[in-house]
Design a binder for this molecule. Structure first.
Ligand SMILES: [Zn+2]
Length: 97
């Protein structure tokens, strides 16, 4: 199979989402093709980065009591919105808008 066709599978290979047969075939190609092997290596690094930051995001999950603490605040009236430049200009006769 030409490199062009195999390279479309490299992200899936890096993410271990190919089936065993496809993965083995691609692995054999990577042993003999430095271009695809280099691209595969870059995808593998991307997968490691995504896995690292994915775990970090999970560890930053909101506190379990967050909704209980926010719920009383949700019923409170909202403060008035700050006036926009357009509204201010209308009040002053549209001097600059
Ligand atoms: Zn190749």
């Amino acid at each position: 199979m030409p490199c062009k066709d195999l390279q479309a599978q490299l992200p899936l290979y890096a993410g271990r989402e190919l089936d065993v047969v496809q993965s083995a075939a691609l692995g054999r190609h990577l042993e003999s093709c430095p271009t695809c092997a280099s691209t595969a290596k870059a995808y593998a690094a991307d997968v490691r980065t995504l896995n690292h930051y994915g775990r970090e995001l999970v560890s930053q999950a909101p506190a379990p009591d967050l909704m209980a603490r926010l719920r009383p605040m949700l019923g409170r009236p909202q403060p008035p919105a700050a006036p926009t430049l357009r509204a201010a200009a209308r009040r002053k006769g549209g001097a600059f808008l």
